[in-house]
Ligand binder design. Structure first.
Ligand code: HEM
Length: 500
């Protein structure tokens, strides 16, 4: 959800006062200026655009372009694009750590400017424009206020545990669906990304709305609200990529893309409102649960109905394509690494309560095929990054995907080795040898992913059920990955699901 944008749960997220102080000392030592930051040559008005167009030296898929920029210019590169803020791109984990730790009081993650515009200003009164709009689009005090209200409902393990059996039912339904839609040779005939989106929406719906949406209903009409919502969520990331991450003029005048985006956001808002209001009505007609039995939506409703509606909308927004792509990536990597798949199946069949190999497979999947290439912050103070003075208000991008695929961070980086996440410290593959800010798939600190526990529960549950029931094979070339605001695995999909 970020550049095409990322402390895992198990690492400390505290901001250390000495690191903040050190930063001030550091700034004085920066000898080079903003203008000295390396990057492709830039022209007035259009910036470096020419380099990124067909025929330009940096034309191509985003991940390749980033790799090329790093190889040519080093660990810090300035990207100047027409109609978009200049971005300082970091390929150095120490520098990333410095910014993330120092920006952990009220972190500002730029990214969804067009959605922010829609929620704050599009057909809104002056008073409405100062109201809370949610975690994806609020910054500063409004973000802090919203996050402090929703944190415990969204992140308490006790609350998330309440969903274990329903999320498992969704997973079992998905297994049945796979059985019913594969052909006689066990080939998945439907578009697997759409199938995973249906599963992800059904799963997050359970949490956000406290009810089943019935996305697997074979009679679900093409124009049903469920299918419309899935399309909206998907189109949202593509539109946002066009308007918020590529050169664009919508901030100067209402372009055609901008008008289309506003209509899309309007539709998404009204669809999610339809689902949330339906859920709230149902909830109000049911008996009231004791505090321990209250799910996320009920807990949020106790805080404030408006906050509950916004958070539920954002869960449906942020919780579909993210988990769906993580699931596809992990399944693909297991399908092409048979031996690892068998180890995982043995662990699942052993019925032990702890499943370290399952978690390791997912972590390794997110390392190799993450849902975003990195993350971003807009700085609230000055920095000395790698000897360059970086002014307050700069856009800094952290290139985690590239760092995670470097030999000096993760040995044999292109190999799927879940064992690195369970290895002893003495093992050269031990994950702890990598810099702790190279791999942070759920982001860092106060602003890290609020849905991570839910996402982990969903992905672990479905992955376990699939591997328990099927031997998964992949029969073609690797799938294509399209980097938009998210890294979409677009297929073609060559999965076979054979009964075991
Ligand atoms: C495997 C799946 C997922 C991954 C890898 C992921 C990753 C991320 C990342 C990297 C961020 C930015 C964190 C930062 O800036 O430090 C983020 C933010 C966020 N995520 Fe997730 N996410 C996933 C699933 C979900 C789910 C299921 C939900 C919904 C419940 C969700 C809701 C959010 C929200 C609302 C934010 C904004 C938080 C804020 O700004 O305070 N994510 N996620």
């Amino acid at each position: 959800m970020v550049v095409n944008r990322g402390l895992p749960v198990y690492r400390s997220t505290t901001v250390n006062a000495s690191s903040v102080k050190e930063n001030h000392e550091n700034i004085k030592l920066a000898s080079k200026t903003w203008d000295d930051i390396p990057g492709p040559s830039s022209l007035p008005f259009i910036g470096q655009l020419i380099h990124y167009l067909p025929g330009g030296s940096f034309y191509g898929p985003q991940s390749e372009v980033m790799e090329k920029l790093m190889k040519q210019y080093g660990p810090i590169v300035k990207i100047v694009t027409f109609g978009a803020p200049t971005v300082v791109t970091l390929f150095d984990a120490d520098a990333i750590e410095l910014v993330l730790r120092n920006e952990n009081w009220m972190p500002d993650r730029p990214g969804f400017d067009s959605l922010e515009y829609y929620r704050k200003y599009y057909n809104k009164t002056k008073e409405q424009s100062t109201e809370l709009t949610g975690l994806l689009t609020d910054h500063g005090e409004n973000w802090r206020l919203f996050r402090s209200k929703v944190n415990s409902a969204m992140l308490q393990p006790k609350t998330i545990k309440l969903y274990t059996s329903t999320i498992d039912k969704v997973a079992l339904d998905m297994v049945e669906r796979i059985k019913s839609i594969r052909d006689d040779s066990d080939v998945m005939t439907r578009k697997f990304d759409m199938e995973m989106n249906l599963w992800a929406l059904e799963s997050i719906g359970v949490v956000a709305l406290g009810t089943r949406l019935n996305c697997f209903d074979p009679n679900l009409a093409e124009n049903s609200p469920e299918r419309q919502l899935i399309r909206c969520v998907h189109d949202f990331f593509i539109t946002s990529n066009e308007l918020d991450f590529k050169p664009n003029l919508w901030k100067y005048f209402a372009t055609r893309k901008f008008k289309k985006a506003m209509k899309l956001y309007e539709k998404q808002e009204s669809l999610t409102n339809y689902f949330v209001q339906r859920a709230i009505k149902e909830m109000k007609s049911n008996s009231i649960h004791s505090s321990e039995k209250k799910g996320v939506l009920e807990k949020l409703m106790d805080i404030d109905e408006k906050i509950a509606v916004i958070m539920a909308c954002d869960m449906l927004f942020a919780g579909v394509d993210t988990t769906a792509n993580t699931m596809i990536a992990t399944l693909y990597l297991l399908a092409v690494n048979n031996e690892k798949q068998n180890i995982l199946r043995d662990e699942i069949r052993s019925n032990q309560e702890r499943r370290p190999y399952l978690k390791a497979c997912i972590k390794e999947g997110m390392r190799m095929m993450p849902i975003t290439s990195g993350n971003m912050r807009r700085t609230t103070k000055e920095y000395n990054l790698l000897g360059y003075q970086i002014p307050k208000g700069s856009f800094i991008a952290f290139m985690h995907q590239i760092l995670c695929l470097r030999e000096n961070q993760f040995p044999r980086p292109k190999e799927f080795i879940p064992e690195r996440w369970t290895a002893e410290k003495s093992d050269p593959l031990y994950y702890g040898n990598a810099h702790s800010f190279a791999y942070i798939p759920f982001g860092f600190g106060a602003r890290s992913c609020i849905g991570r526990r839910i996402a982990e529960l969903e992905v672990e549950t479905l992955l376990a059920r699939i591997i328990e029931n099927f031997h998964v094979e992949w029969t073609g070339p690797p799938p294509q990955v399209k980097s938009n605001a998210l890294n979409y695995i677009t297929g073609p999909f060559h999965f076979k699901f054979k009964d075991v």
